[in-house]
Design a protein around this ligand. Structure first.
Ligand code: SF4
Length: 207
């Protein structure tokens, strides 16, 4: 096992996955610190300030302790989790019996194996010269809808990413939720390959 220490912002659970094709499933969460984007209105605390360094065996032990229902499914997120995810940590967590669901912004392909990859692309917020990663191919695509997302934007994503699940999720944090929801519904009617994803954890008030 590697002696690398990973910068972990928080681990919590058991809770329910709130978004996408696995919404409603019992999971635990592993949130890494740090992100390579700075999207306006981001509501996630990934600040390295207050994060802790943990080795792979520490992380696995904590996952076991959190996973009281033995669901053995961990959502790995951030920040941007691919900044830290690597083959030794993947081997440790998957070898301990957990299915790994990663949520990435798609700018990097995960270096270690995952069992389910969600990409939520936000190219409108990329710094100059940071492309989406060609090698990052998702199981599900989740586009957060604000007034920059159009039918043409969706067509571009659908052409770029071939996967089974395409989700649209109204952006909640820009003060325009009602407009974003209406836009989301209109986009689904215009492009019915896409389905609605709501942040169910916020609706039922679980972390
Ligand atoms: S990629 Fe995600 S975590 Fe990073 S700044 Fe954007 S919304 Fe926040």
């Amino acid at each position: 096992m590697s002696d690398r220490r990973y910068l972990v912002k928080e681990m919590f659970g058991p809770t329910l996955q709130g978004e996408g094709a696995h919404a409603g499933r019992a999971v635990v969460f592993l949130r890494f610190a740090a992100c390579n984007l700075a999207c306006p209105g981001c509501d996630t605390d990934f600040d390295p300030q207050g994060a802790v360094r943990m080795g792979a065996s520490d992380i696995v032990a904590r996952l076991y302790a959190l996973d009281t229902g033995h669901a053995r499914r961990v959502v790995v997120t951030g920040g941007e989790p691919t900044l830290q995810w690597d083959a030794p940590l993947s081997a440790a967590i998957r070898g301990a019996g957990f299915r790994v669901h990663m949520e990435s912004n798609g700018t990097r392909a995960p270096e270690g194996a995952v069992d389910w990859l969600t990409i939520s692309p936000k190219p409108q917020h990329h710094p100059a010269g940071l492309p989406l990663a060609d090698a990052a191919q998702p199981d599900e695509l989740k586009v957060v809808v604000d007034d920059t997302v159009t039918e043409a934007v969706l067509d571009g994503f659908a052409a770029r990413y071939r996967c089974e699940h395409y989700f649209l999720q109204p952006w909640m944090m820009d003060g325009a939720y009602e407009n974003n929801l209406a836009r989301t519904i209109a986009l689904i009617h215009a492009r019915p390959r896409w389905r609605l994803s709501l942040q169910q954890h916020k609706i039922i008030n679980v972390p």
